[in-house]
Design a protein around this ligand. Structure first.
Ligand code: FES
Length: 571
């Protein structure tokens, strides 16, 4: 045990009236006196909810975490926080990520906790919990819930990325409503989050690459008994972390963030990674910017053959050796001395990790795709940046100039996309405005907007699409996202008109609107910001304080950490 006094001692170690109150009401849960004397109190921050189906097995998982905590001499206390279910919440879970981070931060700080295990699964639950824990900075470790088993439909393996294909096939009449129903029933066969390298899997890999989990946390499937084992081991580990006083700020160094960017490139991770990693860096005070995403990933090829950039599923990644086998392959490019949750370095944790299937995890010299990672675009259409995921894009569109077909809002898109008279062909560039953080509070995942039915019928499967929105990590296509400044605050995206020429050149990192400055200035005079009419409540607060995507879409007043001290103690 380190000499440092336990934080919880400031509650349970007190004498007089205050100590009486803290202990007595706690004991009514059937807790003997000796459990409150000198044992680390470990919070289990649980995002279990039946409204978050990806996390619906977390109550059972928490029991295994508790076993581990008790074995290691700690005392577990489970507490709920708001949960974010990607598949159900409207308008988008991203609207609430920062809200949950506040819930987590304040729940940890206000209570007698010495360490915390963060139970994360569905997309936003991971960054939200990590952000909150970082802003308190007591020992914290992440346990991911694991991906679901691979879906099955008509004998084929499917998962969330296929949903986009099914949807296009249904819209073009190639897949019946009855077949859609059958596919729907085979998609989600077990506990766990989406089974491809979507945002949830990306987040699970991100926290392992950052060093915030035990090795192998990312890829163990949710229903696998190994998931329960790692839950128990995670419970044991957090007690050791408290004893060693190993905090997020000790693990989350600049070097650790660089590692996470490289790993994300190697796995073909979600573009949402960019926003969440920047937000986490902001909470621990590490200088990280949008350009770093490109700089540290540009030499890393795609070595993981997983949908949506490849063909396999998270289950296959685990059988092939899991993220440890990927990290082992990447080791020469990584900062190997970074300390991780178990106190070992990246090198110590991963140097002996075997790969069992070269068709799932390749060697660096024979990658599945030379181009990977997140490309950060610059140009007059995105003065503060935009991103594209080249591993999920079409090669023939990586350098292309086309005429803009503009949709002013998502509603405008929905109204006109199926119009047979819409002037559009496969060389056009689809532009959608006002789906950014302020234009459509929360920046929904609509950036990979569906193609016009008349082009789908012609067999066209991809076109350049540009917006200030996001894309599901399960999505794919030549999709330019996170254009900043967004249209709603007067970024040049707001000034694009039908017929304007736009050039995308991924190799040169260029997104250029072929309209001269004088014309843009003239158009700007007529710019009217979209008025969404929010005058109260959380959404108003979101609109007043959310930062742009290149700053992680955090709230201005949430950046940084307030530590674990409580400023006012009324007892
Ligand atoms: Fe939860 Fe996909 S809906 S991870």
């Amino acid at each position: 045990m380190s000499k440092k006094k336990l934080r919880s001692d400031d509650w349970f170690g007190r004498s007089g009236k205050d100590g009486f109150i803290y202990r007595s009401w706690f004991k009514k849960q059937g807790i003997p006196q000796d459990e409150l004397q000198g044992k680390p109190i470990i919070g289990i921050c649980n995002t279990w909810s039946e409204l978050t189906p990806c996390n619906s097995h977390f109550r059972e998982l928490a029991e295994f975490v508790k076993r581990g905590i008790l074995e290691a001499g700690g005392f577990p206390v489970e507490f709920p926080v708001m949960s974010l279910g990607e598949s159900l919440m409207k308008p988008t879970t991203m609207l609430y990520r920062n809200q949950v981070s506040v819930d987590v931060e304040e729940s940890i700080r206000a209570n007698p906790l010495d360490g915390v295990v963060l139970l994360c699964g569905c997309d936003k639950t991971t960054p939200a919990l990590v952000m909150g824990a970082c802003s308190v900075n007591i020992p914290a470790i992440v346990l991911s819930g694991g991906a679901m088993l691979t879906g099955k439909y008509k004998g084929k393996s499917i998962s969330t990325s296929d949903l986009w294909l099914f949807s296009e096939a249904n819209r073009s009449g190639k897949m019946s409503d009855q077949e859609m129903l059958e596919a729907e029933s085979g998609m989600c066969r077990s506990d766990g989050h989406c089974a491809v390298m979507g945002t949830a899997s990306t987040m699970a890999c991100m926290v392992e690459a950052l060093g915030l989990t035990l090795p192998q946390n990312a890829a163990i499937p949710a229903p696998d008994s190994a998931r329960k084992v790692i839950a128990q081991l995670t419970g044991r580990e957090i007690v050791q972390m408290v004893k060693a006083d190993r905090k997020p700020s000790d693990i989350l160094t600049r070097a650790a963030f660089e590692n996470a960017i490289r790993v994300n490139a190697a796995i073909g991770g979600s573009t949402n990674f960019v926003i969440h990693l920047l937000a986490i860096a902001g909470r621990v005070g590490v200088e990280l910017n949008l350009q770093d995403m490109d700089t540290f990933s540009k030499d890393i090829p795609l070595i993981t053959n997983l949908q949506p950039s490849g063909k396999y599923f998270m289950e296959d990644l685990y059988y092939a050796g899991g993220l440890p086998a990927v990290i082992k392959e990447l080791l020469p490019t990584l900062n190997q001395d970074c300390i991780t949750a178990n106190g070992k370095t990246v090198n110590e944790n991963y140097k002996d990790s075997p790969c069992y299937d070269a068709d799932v995890i390749s060697k660096m010299e024979q990658p599945f795709n030379e181009v990977s990672g997140i490309v950060v675009l610059k140009g007059n259409l995105c003065e503060k940046g935009a991103v594209i995921k080249p591993s999920a894009a079409s090669k023939h569109l990586m350098h292309h100039t086309g005429k803009a077909v503009v949709f002013e809002t998502i509603d405008d898109y929905k109204e006109r996309i199926a119009d047979p008279n819409l002037e559009i062909d496969e060389n056009s560039v689809m532009v959608m405005k006002n789906v950014g953080l302020k234009g459509y509070p929360g920046m929904p995942e609509v950036g990979n907007m569906g193609l016009p039915p008349k082009l789908l019928e012609k067999g066209i499967t991809d076109m350049i699409r540009i917006s200030d929105g996001r894309m599901s990590g399960t999505g794919f296509g030549t999709v330019v996202l996170h254009v900043s400044p967004e249209a709603a605050i007067g970024g040049n995206l707001a000034l694009v008109q039908n017929g304007d020429l736009i050039t995308l050149n991924v190799a040169e990192r260029i997104l250029h609107l072929h309209v001269d400055d004088a014309t843009l200035a003239a158009r700007r005079k007529n710019f009217v910001p979209i008025d969404l009419g929010y005058t109260r409540g959380y959404t108003k607060q979101f609109l007043d304080h959310v930062l742009q995507p290149e700053e992680g879409a955090d709230f201005d007043y949430l950046k940084g950490s307030s530590g674990s001290d409580i400023q006012r103690d009324s007892h």
